[in-house]
Write a protein that binds this ligand. Structure first.
Ligand SMILES: [Zn+2]
Length: 81
């Protein structure tokens, strides 16, 4: 089994949706937002998949992010081939 794009045999990337807040402090006297933006730490969501770096191939699905070794990717590739 080859872990390559089923359409163009290009390099694939794994992606996962993350949730993060952009945070700005509020000035105590003026109520204006500080220009400096910080980001909260990211929370990984359930949506993840694989996509190709060369063509428009895009696989979108819940791959079960609890699997840290990403062994579930094998099942995806078996379905694709
Ligand atoms: Zn491709």
């Amino acid at each position: 089994m080859k872990y390559e794009c089923p359409k163009c045999k290009g390099q694939l990337k794994y992606w996962v949706e993350v949730l993060s807040d952009k945070e700005r402090t509020i000035n105590k006297s003026t109520g204006k937002l500080n220009k400096k933006v910080t980001r909260s730490s990211e929370i990984e969501l359930e949506q993840e998949g694989i996509k190709c770096t060369k063509c428009d191939f895009y696989y979108y699905g819940n791959l079960n992010g609890n699997d840290e070794k990403h062994e579930h990717l094998d099942a995806i590739f078996e379905n694709l081939s």
